[in-house]
Design a protein around this ligand. Structure first.
Ligand code: XMP
Length: 517
């Protein structure tokens, strides 16, 4: 096993030169069943050596290699004998640091272009056609490959669009193999891994689970662990993993805030208590939440009230958790990359489980901190969690509280739960659920006049919100077919008392946010 790579003896480092593509590269490598980790370009040759990678990939970056203060890699990295693949800026850097030449071309190349492959015996491009579509985004171009290295492909504006030398173990592509628009991109990455680095591709979900189980047992010993189980994917998978490792030493706390989706609490209890036999403390705190929310209409005040009460309820339940010293957190790899933080030992103020406070001194267990969301879902399935939990859409910590505009009351929650259930059910029936990032109903604080069966009505509208997104940072409204919208609308109006109108939110993010509050 490689000490730096959970569940694998093969590690590939992706050096992030500031492009938005480093995460994508890391994921493509993992899709080839090789564990990858993103590191900063300031990493020293000694630090690289200590991680014992089988290969290194330099990402693209926004700089020109000729710019003042352009980021370079410690030249000692080239002396380690580890195969290196440079992509875009990464390829230019390899050329520049190893006796090649990078020049300004008259015009840059952006978007799709045709790559012409020279010869057929290349490692990177072996098995791909002589002409193929690749995706480019560069201004500078490599005009001479590194010393002793051969150019293996070109485009109209990039005389050295790819180079390689298996003796020096240097590989470079000016195009972006990690993006979908490059026809044979994944193949190029796999060729580098398999033939350039000798990777066997043995990293699997089962191996991740085995390693995590071992690490958790070692970290915890005989001590007790607590986990706040929200019903969301991350906390559910983290809990299932920790339970596999230490069984009865884990206590889960599920706080029903009264602001959950319909049947959500039942599903959590069913899965964890009945199927997994997890020690679960179920706290029905609905009434406490409703009284804390009485008369509050301002969105931030609402969020604050919900967050604070969540902490109090969790603290009360903690007493039942047999003196737990550890807290399970569903932190994911993108959180780790974004915060740039190394392993934290005590809890910080802002966390996934609902903002647990700073003075709550637990040691953290974060079994998912090296995984991307889709990998977490795969681990969950492998652990036997049902699809209803594993494929669940993201759900905000404050729950339906931020989807009811104005004061939150039990009646309004019941109305919204019902409408929300119909919206999601119709989408599922239409087979559209997997294309949608989030889909839900919102209950605004207005009423309108309608007519139903000759009677005047004065009821609430329901707003349907459905968005597509990659990461929730930006989002677009989903182009749901009219007939699906139609069945949502007629079912909501016919089945949910007090609702007489349905509207569809066609706002992207930005300028809107996904949630209404
Ligand atoms: P917005 O509304 O800011 O939401 O576009 C972005 C994503 O975050 C979710 N969200 C939350 N998740 N606690 C959470 O765990 C929260 O307080 C919270 N507020 C918003 C939202 O559902 C979307 O996926």
């Amino acid at each position: 096993m490689n000490a730096s790579a959970p569940g694998s003896d093969e590690l590939v480092l992706v050096v992030d030169f500031g492009a938005q593509y480093a995460q994508l590269i890391a994921r493509r490598v993992r899709e080839a069943r090789v564990y990858s980790e993103i590191v900063a370009p300031t990493i020293s040759a000694a630090e690289v050596a200590a991680k014992a990678p089988i290969g290194i990939i330099f990402s693209g970056g926004p700089d020109s290699v000729h710019a003042d203060g352009a980021i370079a890699i410690d030249p000692g990295v080239y002396e380690l004998g580890v195969p290196i693949l440079g992509i875009c800026y990464g390829a230019q850097l390899i050329a520049q640091q190893n006796g090649g030449l990078v020049d300004r071309t008259d015009r840059g190349e952006y978007g799709r272009t045709t790559l012409t492959v020279d010869g057929t015996d290349s490692t990177l491009l072996g098995g791909t056609p002589a002409e193929q579509k690749v995706w480019m985004s560069h201004f500078d171009a490599i005009v001479k490959p590194p010393l002793g290295v051969t150019a293996i492909a070109s485009t109209p504006d990039a005389p050295v669009a790819a180079f390689e030398d298996s003796e020096q173990k240097l590989y470079g592509v000016q195009f972006h193999p990690e993006v979908m628009h490059t026809e044979h991109g994944q193949h190029v990455i796999e060729q580098f891994l398999e033939h350039g680095c000798g990777a066997t591709g043995s990293w699997t979900m089962a191996s991740i689970i085995d390693t995590a189980v071992e690490q958790i047992r070692e970290q915890v010993g005989e001590r007790q662990v607590i986990c706040a189980l929200s019903g969301g994917v991350d906390s559910a998978v983290a809990a299932a993993l920790v339970h596999k490792a230490i069984g009865d030493q884990l206590t889960c706390v599920h706080v029903d805030t009264g602001l959950m989706r319909l049947h959500e609490a039942d599903q959590v209890i069913e899965t964890f208590e009945r199927n997994f036999g997890v020690h679960l403390i179920f706290v029905d705190a609905g009434e406490r939440f409703f009284s804390a929310l009485a008369d509050i209409t301002e969105p931030e005040a609402k969020r604050k009230a919900i967050g604070e009460l969540f902490i109090r309820v969790f603290e009360d339940a903690k007493a039942e958790a047999k003196g737990a010293e550890f807290l399970v957190q569903g932190t994911l790899y993108p959180d780790v990359i974004e915060s740039g933080s190394e392993h934290a030992s005590t809890i910080k103020s802002h966390h996934n489980v609902g903002g647990l406070p700073e003075d709550m001194e637990f040691e953290l267990i974060e079994p998912l901190r090296s995984l991307f969301k889709d990998e977490v879902r795969q681990v969950g399935s492998e652990l036997g969690l049902p699809d209803e939990i594993v494929q669940r859409q993201p759900f905000p910590g404050p729950g339906l509280g931020v989807r009811i505009i104005g004061e939150v009351t039990p009646d309004k929650v019941a109305t919204l739960q019902h409408a929300d259930f119909i919206v999601r059910e119709e989408l599922r029936k239409a087979g559209l659920e997997s294309e949608i990032w989030q889909s839900f109903a919102v209950l605004p604080d207005i009423r309108s006049v309608g007519v139903m069966g000759d009677e005047r009505t004065y009821g609430y509208p329901i707003i349907i919100r459905a968005v597509t997104s990659e990461d929730a940072m930006t989002a677009d409204w989903a182009r749901i077919p009219y007939d699906v919208l139609e069945s949502m609308s007629s079912r909501v109006i016919n089945e949910v008392p007090g609702v007489n109108r349905v509207a569809y939110d066609i706002t992207s993010k930005p300028p809107g946010t996904i949630e209404w509050e």
